[in-house]
Design a protein around this ligand. Structure first.
Ligand code: ATP
Length: 417
């Protein structure tokens, strides 16, 4: 079968400048233009080769600066490689830099036409699809307003709607699914699955190992511009997560034990791991650490950073004593990043009902670097949670339930079931 995307020996170089590069032309002149010179060239990508078949989805994972966006841009025809080749068979729908193809002074309507035509449709084809695009983006009331009045989420919806209505045979998605609200993300994922079924090849950048594992047919882990692992998503994502764990351990400093405000003792390398650039100072289980199965639970997390920390991620896992994770969630499901953390902050996760079987659990809480590269602070098995239930059950979930016998099984007289 013909590949939809074939990348062979791809490489891209950039220049690095002086760290104290002048900001203004005047400063440059005063420094004799010397500091305007690039200090060195470096390979942002090197020796990258892979193929994607029609109907396949390739996930690309890696830390900040690994070269993911540069790779997607080269595939999308933005910039020229210094080495190697990219071959694309079919029309590309690209969701690269948010709003990169949009003009802020044009209205949403005008932008739909411009970006549709840039993507390869005729004006008439865009006109035919216009209503479907606007409906998909859920932007009908705003479509004649200038783009600069749109929020980031609205721009993302419009960009996604245009890209998926241009009949792409290759779709490039750069972290798009982490912007916007959850219901729109679900709609995008549905649409991506539909396109995939119709034979569209998809390349998706994600920071989430789970997302890569769930959605993709193959995956690449990039580090410092090179492929570290390429193949089955479960294995690639597993290796990436293992590195994150060892990176966390490597960064965990020695510290004497410390008490949280609620009196829990935290011991580094025992029930606490992380670089401690940001710290979780207290966790409260509300109403208390012992609840009925099916009752609500709130988890209040206090955290702080002495030096500013960009968009951290906070995660909560409810696990059994043997380590089996029963419930796992992170602030990525908020649909937007947490703000810069500078000083103290607090967040509460409200669970409307916790339908776990009766038993003893722990609430594990972590605060992570914005790309999950390592943990700033992860508290493991520090906060006990006891779930009470009148019935003894195996398994994890205790869903509210009832039995109903068929009428034939109910004795004719009297007895009620
Ligand atoms: N136009 C450019 N000029 C110079 N260096 C660049 C340029 N674009 C990217 N780089 C550098 O190339 C490297 C790869 O960047 P790239 O944006 O592709 O990484 P990434 O994996 O997408 O990161 P992120 O997850 O932060 O988006 C980084 O070191 C970055 O600083």
């Amino acid at each position: 079968m013909r590949y939809a995307v074939s990348v062979q020996g791809l490489g891209k170089q950039f220049s690095r400048y002086h760290g104290d590069r002048p900001l203004t032309f005047q400063e440059a002149v005063l420094s004799g233009l010397r500091r305007m010179q690039p200090v060195e060239k470096f390979w942002a990508l090197r020796d990258i080769s892979f193929n994607v078949l029609p109907g396949q989805m390739l996930g690309i994972i890696g830390r900040n600066g690994a070269g993911k966006s540069t790779l997607l841009q080269l595939i999308g025809g933005v910039g020229r490689p210094d080495e190697g080749k990219v071959k694309i068979n079919g029309r590309i729908g690209a969701l690269l830099d948010l709003g990169a193809g949009f003009h802020s002074d044009l209205t949403g309507r005008e932008n739909v036409f411009v970006s549709g035509v840039v993507a390869g449709l005729t004006r008439r084809e865009v006109a035919r699809r216009f209503d479907a695009i606007v409906e998909f983006a859920e932007l009908a009331p705003f479509i004649d307003s200038p783009l600069r009045t749109y929020s980031t989420g609205m721009q993302m919806r419009l960009a996604f709607a245009v890209a998926v209505h241009t009949d792409p045979q290759v779709l490039l998605v750069d972290e798009f699914l982490s912007v916007g609200d959850i219901s729109f993300q679900a709609k995008c994922l549905d649409r991506i699955a539909q396109l995939k079924e119709q034979g569209c090849a998809i390349i998706l950048i994600s920071h989430s190992a789970e997302q890569i594992q769930e959605l993709c047919d193959q995956a690449i882990w990039l580090r410092d511009g090179q492929i570290i692992a390429y193949g089955e998503p479960g294995i690639v994502a597993g290796q990436y997560v293992a590195e994150m764990r060892s990176e966390t351990q490597r960064r965990t400093p020695t510290r004497p034990p410390k008490l949280t405000d609620s009196g829990i003792e935290l011991r580094v390398n025992e029930n606490r791991f992380g670089s401690l650039e940001a710290e979780i100072t207290n966790v409260r289980l509300l109403p208390k650490g012992e609840i009925e199965s099916g009752a609500p639970l709130a988890i209040e997390i206090h955290y702080q950073a002495e030096q500013p920390v960009e968009s951290p991620i906070i995660s909560v896992t409810i696990s059994r004593e043997d380590g089996q994770a029963c419930f796992d969630i992170s602030t990525e499901t908020l649909g937007r990043s947490l703000p810069l953390l500078d000083g103290k902050n607090q967040i509460t996760l409200h669970l409307d009902r916790l339908d776990l079987v009766g038993g003893d659990y722990f609430v594990d809480v972590g605060i992570y670097e914005q790309n999950w590269a390592y943990a700033y602070d992860y508290h493991w098995h520090a906060y006990p949670l006891s779930v009470r239930s009148p019935i003894q059950q195996k398994g994890i979930l205790s869903s509210p339930h009832r039995w109903r016998l068929s009428p034939a099984q109910v004795p004719a007289l009297g007895t009620r079931y």
